[in-house]
Design a protein around this ligand. Structure first.
Ligand SMILES: Cc1cc2nc3c(=O)[nH]c(=O)nc-3n(C[C@H](O)[C@H](O)[C@H](O)COP(=O)(O)OP(=O)(O)OC[C@H]3O[C@@H](n4cnc5c(N)ncnc54)[C@H](O)[C@@H]3O)c2cc1C
Length: 402
């Protein structure tokens, strides 16, 4: 189902209204329960939020990467936990299977993403190891039946495990080696015997996104569930993480954009010492800096999307987008809180409304929500490492002439 330009614009407006209206309202209870109600999933289905990013052949809208990112910017204006879930469920969920699944797995599962009869989480991080090949979850061939692997180990901090049917699981298949090729990836049914989900405590922000530790005890998985070939696990993980980093960057953009708009409203309304805040040069300069960073971030992300759609390697630019987006949303959220003053520190701004009775928006929640972005898809150190590798490979030639 291809959208016309007008239909696409209308869709963006629909998602923005949803994020700041019904989703924000639903989140008030989720902040306490830490669980999405069933109507959240149904509302997401009704608004095509699990379908928009899919290619047309799987029932999606057939959007370009830039358009996918534009939709993500809009729903990222809403609650962080929902953004975190949708960022996975709309996009990361199907990409790995589409890129690395066997024809048999694709035939069985790819048409289940459009109406969300399956959800998939992504499990890389471990308590006992760092990012990359430093993994300890082990998959060894069953000596009695080499068609099966036996998996033992643990994963931590895994998002949206409460609704997941499958896990993209990155494990070590060669315990003797510490090379990248010692890792492999599997598509594992969460109902496989030996698979345990252990919920984690409430997070600082992004409530409701269903985080858990995963534990695998002598879990037998058939070799047909391997993604790619044995030894290709890091490639599977990094391939999806690269795109996902740009999607984290656009999530930061959506949040920062909303923060800017809220801050300008407050700067107009709040009068101190006889003048609205927006008449003070210091406040004007802060707001100018917020907008400048946001504008630069959006252009970086669209530049990434251009490369992605052209089939170029996107690892370096995705990492740069994420890196810059963390700094942007940190600075923007700090300025927002500073300009809002005391009421910004309270839930629902302690009930303070605009002169026309409308709401400023969730200052305190956005401030907490955005801090998860420091970590999702790797901290700044990892982004810098990836950016450095890319720069080193091309000798730093990133201008358009090159
Ligand atoms: C909300 C949320 C959702 C998440 N969802 C998922 C998920 O779905 N799946 C998944 O697999 N993971 C997930 N994660 C995990 C996330 O990817 C990790 O938290 C992140 O990669 C950082 O790893 P860590 O927590 O082990 O921190 P550490 O590796 O312990 O790092 C701590 C600090 O030390 C720094 N550091 C680490 N190593 C070095 C070094 N060599 N040199 C210099 N500094 C260093 C880091 O930059 C960081 O500042 C999630 C995390 C959060 C918070």
């Amino acid at each position: 189902m291809k959208l016309t330009e007008q239909q696409f614009k209308d869709y963006l407006l629909q998602i923005r209204a949803l994020a700041e209206g019904p989703f924000d309202e639903m989140q008030k209870e989720i902040e306490v329960t830490n669980t999405f109600p069933p109507e959240f999933y149904q509302t997401a289905i009704d608004n095509d939020l699990y379908r928009f990013a899919l290619p047309e052949k799987y029932g999606g809208f057939g959007l370009s990467e830039k358009q996918i990112l534009m939709v993500q910017e809009e729903f990222s204006r809403g609650p962080g936990g929902m953004r975190m879930h949708l960022h996975h469920a709309a996009d990361l969920d199907w990409r790995i299977l589409d890129d690395f699944g066997s024809d048999e797995l694709k035939a069985q599962y790819m048409d289940k993403f459009q109406d969300k009869t399956i959800y998939v989480n992504f499990a890389l991080t471990e308590r006992t190891g760092g990012t990359g090949a430093d993994l300890h979850t082990l998959a060894i061939k069953d000596p009695e039946d080499p068609d099966y692997y036996i998996i033992n180990g643990e994963k931590t901090l895994i998002s949206h495990t409460d609704c997941s049917d499958f896990t993209y699981l990155i494990v070590k298949t060669d315990p003797e080696s510490d090379k990248d090729e010692s890792l492999s990836a599997f598509f594992v049914d969460v109902h496989t015997p030996g698979f345990e989900i252990i919920p984690m405590s409430h997070m600082m922000g992004c409530r409701g996104a269903g985080h858990a530790d995963l534990k695998f005890t002598n879990m037998r998985v058939h070799k047909k569930y391997m993604l790619g070939k044995e030894g290709q696990g890091l490639e599977v993980a990094m391939h999806s993480l690269a795109v996902s980093r740009a999607h984290i960057a656009v999530s930061n953009l959506g949040m920062a954009q909303r923060m800017l708009e809220m801050t300008i409203k407050r700067a107009h309304d709040r009068v101190t010492f006889g003048k609205p805040l927006c008449k003070r040069q210091k406040i004007q300069q802060d707001i100018a800096d917020m907008g400048t960073k946001i504008n630069a971030l959006r252009l970086m992300i669209w530049d990434f999307a251009k490369d992605y759609d052209a089939g170029l390697n996107i690892d370096m630019k995705a990492a740069m987008c994420k890196l810059f987006s963390i700094d942007t949303v940190r600075e923007v959220s700090d300025s927002m809180l500073e300009i809002f003053g005391g009421i910004g520190y309270f839930e629902d701004n302690n009930g303070v409304r605009r002169p026309d009775g409308s709401d400023y928006g969730p200052v305190e929640r956005l401030y907490r929500d955005c801090r998860a972005m420091w970590l999702e898809e790797g901290p700044r150190t990892v982004q810098r490492l990836t950016a450095f590798r890319g720069l080193d490979q091309c000798g730093g030639r990133i201008s358009y002439l090159d």
